[in-house]
Design a protein around this ligand. Structure first.
Ligand SMILES: Cc1cc2nc3c(=O)[nH]c(=O)nc-3n(C[C@H](O)[C@H](O)[C@H](O)COP(=O)(O)O)c2cc1C
Length: 181
């Protein structure tokens, strides 16, 4: 499986981007994860669309989503919802033709607080569902207390790494099943 990781945070020291790097390490053998760049996407503006063509960075991002076998979102919650840069990327991908459609996907999230992004993940689930993304239901991954689980930008907490590895195994199995259906 060629998995595209999409982080909802543009922050250099992002825990969510770090969680995607950890996921790349923890994937079952034979599968690979690359992280998409969403920071250079322009803000959604239909005036940037010309004859069904989009700006170059948008076309590149859309092509990366289309080429992926599966998608792994890692996102903080901003004010109890989807961070604007991530929503912007999703909106660009949703323009005709919707590149998200039928893609298997999973969501993980990291926050310094106790709730571990649950209030951000549910609105994200709703949006991706509308776009016909095939979402892994369980296990859900809410990583709270990030300050205790990451060291020098790496996910070092053993129990969290083990849980993430378990979820990734389930995700790969789920994605293979979705691809065959
Ligand atoms: C605009 C903004 C809104 C935020 N809102 C929330 C929130 O609703 N709940 C929460 O747990 N953390 C919130 N935070 C704090 C983030 O969880 C924290 O900055 C986290 O480190 C972001 O993830 P990252 O490390 O991947 O950048 C917010 C941060 C920002 C910048």
């Amino acid at each position: 499986m060629k998995i595209l990781g999409i982080s909802g945070s543009l922050r250099q020291g992002s825990w969510n981007t770090a969680a995607l790097h950890a996921a790349a390490d923890l994937l079952p053998e034979g599968h690979a994860l690359e992280i998409a760049a969403i920071g250079d996407l322009p803000l959604m503006n239909q005036d940037l669309e010309h004859d069904g063509k989009y700006p170059e960075t948008v076309e590149c991002f859309r092509a990366a989503v289309l080429a992926a076998d599966a998608l792994l979102f890692a996102t903080p919650e901003y004010n109890a919802s989807i961070p604007a840069p991530l929503k912007n990327a999703i909106d660009w991908g949703s323009r005709p033709a919707n590149v998200w459609s039928a893609k298997p996907a999973a969501i993980i999230g990291v926050s310094p607080g106790a709730l571990g992004t649950s209030r951000g993940q549910y609105p994200l689930r709703q949006t991706l569902g509308v776009l016909s993304v095939q979402l892994l239901g369980q296990p859900e991954v809410f990583i709270g207390g990030a300050g205790q689980k990451f060291t020098d930008g790496n996910l070092t907490d053993a129990a969290t790494r083990e849980f993430l590895a378990k979820m990734l195994t389930a995700f790969v199995t789920f994605s293979e099943r979705v691809k065959l259906s």
